[in-house]
Write a protein that binds this ligand. Structure first.
Ligand SMILES: C[S@@+](CC[C@H](N)C(=O)[O-])C[C@H]1O[C@@H](n2cnc3c(N)ncnc32)[C@H](O)[C@@H]1O
Length: 206
């Protein structure tokens, strides 16, 4: 367990026999926190009707469907089939979307059948169909790119988001969202850092 970003990440294991009864949903109805004594608190994030199931999320909330499903499969041994996983657009968030491979098209590629692991992907705009192995190659190259980043260099990170990564993926993609969260984290933590009042706004809202 740990905080998602930055130097304050920590790792520990514990036995939580009551909360361990919760099943997973990619749109859970609870969230959990730990205090300094490692006690866990589970809170509802929306009204839960008496008798309905209480869910938690075992995976990254801001990861796209292929990343969440792979993580759940390798760590918890099941393939999630929840409504969010079944929806190619993930409720319009387009977190997994890649830029269309066709040079003239500005559209986004999304999985055609997200519950099938080897699904082809299709452009929402031009309809171009791309086989799953091409998509995996791009995803792995993007993972290596992000792995080489220095997350503590705030200006380099901002420049990277504005000028480099968004050449390859749409701004909705989980990598851009994750980098934005890291940037916010770093700005909040950086000693004496002064926000110029412009760039972050552009990153977050353009
Ligand atoms: C921590 S246990 C959850 C409680 C468990 N269902 C029980 O009855 O004790 C985690 C396991 O529950 C199952 N599980 C949880 N959420 C699931 C889901 N959305 N779909 C399929 N299996 C799930 C998986 O086998 C997973 O490894």
């Amino acid at each position: 367990m740990g905080t998602p970003y930055g130097k304050k990440e920590m790792s520990f294991r514990g036995l939580y026999p009551v909360s361990a009864l919760m099943n997973h949903n990619c749109v859970p109805n609870t969230r959990y926190t730990f205090n300094a004594d490692s006690q866990m608190t589970v809170k509802a994030v929306k009204p839960i009707l008496a008798g309905s199931e209480i869910f938690t999320c075992y995976s990254g909330m801001l990861w796209g469907t292929p990343a969440r499903r792979l993580h759940l499969y390798t760590t918890k041994h099941f393939l999630c089939t929840c409504d969010r996983c079944a929806d190619p657009t993930e409720r319009g968030t387009l977190l997994a979307a890649l830029k269309c491979f066709s040079p003239e098209c500005l559209g986004s590629l999304l999985p055609l059948h997200p519950l099938k692991t080897n699904t082809a992907w299709r452009c929402l705009d031009c309809g171009l169909k791309v086989p799953n192995n091409n998509i995996c190659a791009i995803q792995s190259a993007l993972g290596s790119l992000v792995g080489s980043l220095d997350f503590e260099n705030v200006l380099a990170l901002e420049n990277y988001i504005l000028n480099r990564i968004t050449k390859f993926v749409p701004r909705t993609n989980q990598i851009v969202v994750d980098l934005q969260c890291r940037l916010i984290w770093e700005i909040g933590e950086a000693e004496g850092f002064r926000w110029n009042g412009k760039n972050l706004f552009i990153i977050l809202y353009s």
